[in-house]
Design a protein around this ligand. Structure first.
Ligand code: NAD
Length: 473
């Protein structure tokens, strides 16, 4: 068999997704994809990714604008800039004949989403949106089960996105998605994946979303809940550092590394280790030579530690917290996105669904219950494992159709969805596949419209008719 030639790709935005997810995939799978060019304004990130992939100087750019001034430099472009910087580079890429893998959300306004779909139709490029959940084992198993007919007609779905308290604080209070005006509303930024899953599952039986309403607010993370005497930064001697679970040094120095290293749910982190790491770093360092777990925790370089600094040492992390956004008191930042939201959907085949997002979970994960006319499905996709259990109504039989332990390889985040999405994208480019990709721009447009409509419902206190809503754009 002839060896396959890797596809060539340019990365636009070499941050967490660009450098660490797609870049690392390319490093581990050089026979599949080669990163030949990059656009990234941060000089440290630009240097690291260029060194890692041997990208020549002439193929390194500071911005996407500079990149697209050149004629086509690769077969594909992977766009991983922040939410509000998706449409323009994607339009440019499509116009120049690139096949595009675009991070979600595809755009932050309905008009821009429509613009992208029209541009793809005109230019006949591939535009795939990174709705990674559709590719993973958990949702693929649910999809196949519904398709098999064994569930019967879907009557109702309860789906929850339980964002862990530390992930919510990291991304949506202190981090990149904390303000709507600089990113996008929570239902789009975080939950467009979930609405996309609901759209996709109900469509198996021909159902399309018809009516949507949504409620939610920012209830907890505001100045009114700041503990008396708490400084604006955790690192400035906070009087409640021992009792506040959002105390930043503990989160970034021990809790998250420890949770990821031991791959176990819950926030019951051994207190001793946390105290040693935060308050007695030199003793911790000595212990790490004797206790392998301590060593693994100190050397952890994965998400979200890799978003706060490029210097992973304890000192490096501490310095980042003293000056950057991730060291701020969670009750005293400029966040404005909701911390809980519930959305109700009725489909045109009378299936109903509820979707709840909240940022107060003990562990990270999604849960789903689907009641059909023949069986009930209960699914849990948690940080430390997946289960899907079926209860057959006629026989009374209970059966696990999935029971796995998840691992934390960075390239297989989202339960393997990241890896499988990239793989599928690469294969379709290589095979010049005529098959519509699983997460095409057209499909994503439909589920993004659900998110825009839900947000309008929440803000205006209305039930939104989706056909009427879509006709406006
Ligand atoms: N598919 C998923 O499940 C998933 C998960 C996380 C994030 N995301 C999405 O991926 C996108 C990127 O997220 P991230 O966490 O990697 O963000 P990030 O901030 O780490 O990376 C974005 C990068 O874009 C760079 N950039 C800024 N201006 C630029 C310009 N003019 N030209 C080129 N690059 C520029 C920034 O310097 C930064 O390095 C976001 O839209 C986010 O919502 C998707």
């Amino acid at each position: 068999m002839k060896p396959k030639i890797p596809i060539s790709a340019a990365i636009i935005g070499a941050g967490n997704r660009g450098k660490d997810v797609y870049g690392n995939y390319a490093l581990k799978n050089p026979e599949e994809i080669k990163i030949v060019a990059v656009a990234e304004p941060d000089p440290i990130r630009l240097k690291i990714i260029s060194q890692d992939h041997n990208i020549p100087l002439a193929y390194q750019f500071k911005t996407w604008e500079d990149f697209f001034k050149k004629p086509k430099l690769a077969e594909t472009v992977i766009i991983c800039t922040q939410d509000q910087m998706h449409t323009q580079p994607a339009l440019k890429a499509i116009e120049q004949g690139y096949d595009v893998l675009l991070e979600k959300p595809m755009a932050v306004t309905p008009t821009d989403c429509v613009l992208l779909v029209e541009s793809v139709k005109k230019n006949k490029s591939q535009l795939r949106i990174a709705h990674v959940l559709r590719y993973n084992n958990f949702f693929q198993t649910i999809y196949s089960f519904i398709k098999s007919g064994k569930l019967g007609d879907i009557i109702t779905i309860d789906h929850r996105e339980n964002v862990s308290y530390y992930h919510y604080a990291h991304s949506f209070v202190r981090g990149n998605w904390s303000q709507e005006k600089t990113s996008s509303p929570m239902i789009l930024a975080k939950s467009c994946h979930d609405l996309d899953i609901l759209y996709w599952l109900v469509a198996i039986q021909g159902g399309h979303p018809q009516k949507i309403s949504s409620f939610g607010s920012l209830r907890h993370f505001h100045k009114g809940n700041a503990p008396p005497g708490a400084p604006e930064r955790c690192t400035d001697g906070c009087p409640v550092m021992d009792s506040c679970k959002y105390y930043a040094p503990r989160i970034y120095i021990s809790i998250i590394p420890l949770l990821h290293v031991v791959q176990k749910g819950g926030s019951g982190v051994p207190k001793l280790m946390v105290n040693l790491a935060v308050n007695y770093p030199s003793l911790f360092k000595r212990l790490k030579n004797i206790i392998p777990l301590f060593k693994k925790v100190e050397e952890y370089e994965g998400w979200p530690v890799n978003t706060i600094t490029e210097n992973f040492s304890f000192q490096g992390r501490w310095d980042a917290l003293c000056s950057g956004p991730y060291g701020k008191c969670v009750y005293q930042t400029s966040n404005d996105v909701v911390d809980h939201q519930v959305t109700i959907i009725e489909f045109n085949n009378q299936t109903t669904a509820t979707f709840t997002m909240h940022g107060f979970s003990y562990t990270e994960g999604r849960t789903i219950r689907i009641d059909g006319t023949k069986a009930t499905l209960l699914g849990q996709a948690l940080d430390y494992g997946n289960t899907i259990k079926i209860y057959d109504h006629l026989t009374g039989k209970e059966e696990f159709i999935l029971r796995t332990k998840m691992d934390f390889e960075p390239e297989s985040g989202h339960g393997g969805g990241d890896r499988l999405l990239i793989k599928s994208f690469i294969e379709s480019i290589r095979e010049k596949s005529p098959v519509e990709p699983l997460t095409s721009a057209q499909e994503s447009l439909e589920s993004h419209m659900m998110a825009f409509a839900a947000e309008e419902s929440r803000k205006k206190n209305l039930v939104i008719n989706l056909d009427e809503f879509k006709s406006r754009f």
